[in-house]
Design a protein around this ligand. Structure first.
Ligand SMILES: [Fe+2]
Length: 525
C-alpha cells in the first residue's frame, strides 16, 4: 500500500492558511510574508540555519493564536474584526490599543441601553489587559507545542515563543528588548507588518509606517536595510503565492514526513482547530476515532480508511473563517452568519490544497462532510452519487459526535438520543443507513434489530463485496477496489451466495436492494 509522501512544508502551509483565516489576515498572508522574509534574509546574507528559522517563523508565527479564542470573544466580541484592526496599529502605542479596544467594546455592547452601555465599556476597558496578557502568553506556548509535535527544532520553537516581542521591549509576554529578541523574530515581525500595510494602504504608505516605527517595533538597522530596498523586496507580493514557491523556498534539506509523522501532523491540525472553544475541544479526534472504527467495520480498504481518518482530523479546518463569537452565541445566527458558516467546507478544501496531489483524496472528503444524500446539505448541495463511502461515514460520525457535544444554543444529547436523531436523518433520506449504523455500532449504540437481522451471518468483508457486486461491479473489479486477490473475492462471493441463498449476481443485487443495502446510491460513487 503506497503511503503518501508529504513534505512538512505542506502541513505548514495548511496551518498557515488556517491561521490566516482565524486571525483575519488576507489570502496567502503568511505565504506572502514568507516570500518577503526570505528575500530580505537573502539580501542580508544570513546563513542557512537563520534562513530556516525565518522560513518557519513566517509560516507559523500565529499558529498558536487559536487557543482560548473564546475568552477573547467573550471579552471583545467579534475577535476576527478586532484582530484585523490590531494588525494596523503600533502595539507599543497604548492610546492606539485603547482606542481599538474601545471600538470593539462599543460594537459588542451596541444593543445595551445607554446607562448599561457605558458601564459595560468602562468595565471592559478596565479588564482588557488582565484578559489579554494571559491569552497572548498562551498563544506563544501553544505555538511552541504545535511546533514540537511536528518535529521542529528547539531554535524554531524558541522564536515562536517570542512572537509578540518587540525591539523596544514593549511587547509580550516577557517584554524583552533589543537583541534579546531573536533575529528571525525581528525580521519576520517587520516583514509581516510590511505586507499588511502595503496591501491595505499601498507601498509608499507602508514605507512611511516602517520608517515611523524604526527604533520602536523594529530594530533601526534592520528597518534601514529594508527601507533601502523596499520597492524591490515587495515586487509581486500583492498576488497569491503558489504552493511550489513555498516548497522551493524551504532551506535544504527538505523535511519529508513518513506515515507516522504525517499522522501526527494531522492530529496537530485537529487540536489546533478544536482549541479555540471549550465545547469543541477534542471534537476532531473523537470524530476521527469513530470514523476510523466505522470504516474498518464496513471493510473499507486500508487506504480509504487512512484518508477518511485524516479527513476527520481536519474536517473543520475551514471553521476558523467564522468568528468564535458567532459559534458562542446562544441565539439564532443571522443569514450572513449562516452563509459564512456554510462555507467552512469550502475553506477546508482550500486549506488542504496545500497538501498537493497527495492530499487531494483527503480534501475531497472534507469538502463533503456536511453534504447529505438528498442534496439538503451544504455547501455544494451534492447528492448521493457524489458521496463516497468515506464521505458518508465522516458525515455520520461528525453528526453523531456533534449531537453528543454541548453547544451554546443547546445541551449535549445522550448517546441514545443522538443515535435516534441520526436514525431519523437516515429515514428522511439524508444520512447513509450503512454508514450511520456502522458509526453507531462503533459508538456502542448497537444497530437496530432489523439491521442486524438483515445482515445476519455476513462478515463485514462479505457485506462490502455484496455492495460492490450489487452496484454492478464484477468480481475482478471488486477485488481491485478492496485491494484483495481476485481468487479471494471469488471465495467471498461464493460464501456470500451460499449464506443468502442465491446463485447469481442479479439475485444478490436484488437481495441487497430489498434489505436497503444499496438505497440512496451508496455505491454509485
Ligand atoms: Fe463541519
Amino acid at each position: 500500500m503506497a503511503v503518501p509522501a508529504f513534505r512538512r512544508a505542506d502541513f505548514l502551509m495548511a496551518l498557515a492558511y488556517a491561521t490566516d483565516l482565524a486571525t483575519g489576515h488576507s489570502r496567502d498572508f503568511a505565504l506572502r510574508s514568507c516570500v518577503l522574509a526570505m528575500r530580505f534574509a537573502d539580501l542580508l546574507g544570513v546563513d542557512v540555519e537563520q534562513r530556516r528559522s525565518v522560513y518557519h517563523q513566517a509560516l507559523l508565527r500565529y499558529v498558536g493564536c487559536n487557543a482560548d479564542t473564546h475568552l477573547l470573544a467573550s471579552a471583545f466580541g467579534d475577535e476576527i474584526a478586532l484582530r484585523q484592526e490590531l494588525q494596523h496599529i503600533d502595539m507599543g502605542d497604548k492610546s492606539a490599543i485603547g482606542a481599538t479596544i474601545l471600538r470593539a467594546l462599543t460594537r459588542t455592547f451596541a444593543d445595551l441601553p445607554p446607562d448599561q452601555l457605558s458601564k459595560a465599556i468602562e468595565q471592559g476597558m478596565a479588564e482588557a489587559m488582565n484578559v489579554s496578557v494571559p491569552i497572548l502568553a498562551g498563544h506563544c506556548e501553544v505555538a511552541q507545542r504545535i511546533a514540537e509535535r511536528i518535529g521542529l527544532s528547539a531554535e524554531i520553537r524558541e522564536n515562536l515563543g517570542q512572537l509578540y516581542e518587540r525591539w523596544d521591549g514593549k511587547g509580550l509576554p516577557q517584554g524583552i528588548a533589543g537583541e534579546a529578541v531573536k533575529f528571525p523574530v525581528r525580521l519576520v515581525t517587520l516583514a509581516q507588518d510590511a505586507v499588511v500595510h502595503a496591501e491595505t494602504h499601498g507601498v509608499p504608505a507602508m514605507i512611511a509606517v516602517i520608517g515611523k516605527r524604526r527604533g520602536g517595533a523594529y530594530e533601526p538597522e534592520l528597518a534601514d536595510r529594508f527601507l533601502a530596498h523596499a520597492e524591490a523586496l515587495m515586487q509581486g507580493l500583492d498576488q497569491p503565492v503558489d504552493r511550489k514557491t513555498i516548497l522551493a523556498l524551504e532551506p535544504l534539506p527538505h523535511a519529508v514526513l513518513d506515515e507516522a509523522a504525517s499522522e501526527e501532523a494531522y492530529v496537530a491540525i485537529a487540536d489546533m482547530i478544536d482549541m479555540r472553544m471549550p465545547f469543541t475541544f477534542g471534537h476532531s479526534r473523537a470524530v476521527a476515532a469513530l470514523a476510523d472504527l466505522a470504516g474498518k467495520h464496513l471493510g473499507l480498504p486500508a487506504t480509504d480508511i487512512r484518508e477518511l481518518r485524516w479527513a476527520a482530523y481536519t474536517h473543520d479546518i475551514g471553521e476558523l473563517a467564522v468568528p468564535v463569537s458567532t459559534w458562542m452565541r446562544a441565539g439564532p445566527l443571522s443569514i450572513r452568519e449562516i452563509d459564512a458558516a456554510h462555507l467552512h467546507p469550502y475553506h477546508g478544501e482550500r486549506a488542504l490544497a496545500s497538501l498537493g496531489g497527495e492530499g487531494k483524496p483527503v480534501a475531497a472528503i472534507v469538502l463533503r462532510h456536511h453534504e447529505r444524500l438528498d442534496g439538503s446539505g451544504y455547501h455544494r448541495y451534492a447528492k448521493a452519487p457524489d458521496l463516497s463511502p468515506a464521505a458518508r461515514i465522516l458525515a455520520a460520525a461528525e453528526a453523531f459526535q456533534t449531537a453528543r457535544e454541548a453547544r451554546p444554543h443547546r445541551p449535549a444529547l445522550s448517546d441514545t438520543a443522538a443515535a435516534a436523531k441520526l436514525r431519523s436523518a437516515v429515514r428522511a433520506g439524508k444520512l447513509c443507513p450503512e454508514a450511520t449504523e456502522a458509526v453507531l455500532a462503533c459508538a456502542g449504540q448497537s444497530a437496530r434489530r432489523d439491521t442486524s437481522e438483515r445482515l445476519a451471518g455476513l462478515t463485514p468483508r462479505e457485506i462490502e463485496v455484496l455492495r460492490l457486486i450489487a452496484a454492478g461491479q464484477t468480481a475482478k473489479e471488486a477485488a481491485r477496489q478492496l485491494e484483495i486477490a481476485p481468487k479471494t473475492a471469488d471465495n467471498h462471493i461464493q460464501s456470500l451466495y451460499a449464506k443468502i441463498g442465491v446463485k447469481t449476481r442479479a439475485a444478490a443485487a436484488l437481495y441487497a436492494l430489498e434489505r436497503g443495502l444499496v438505497q440512496h446510491g451508496m455505491l454509485a460513487a
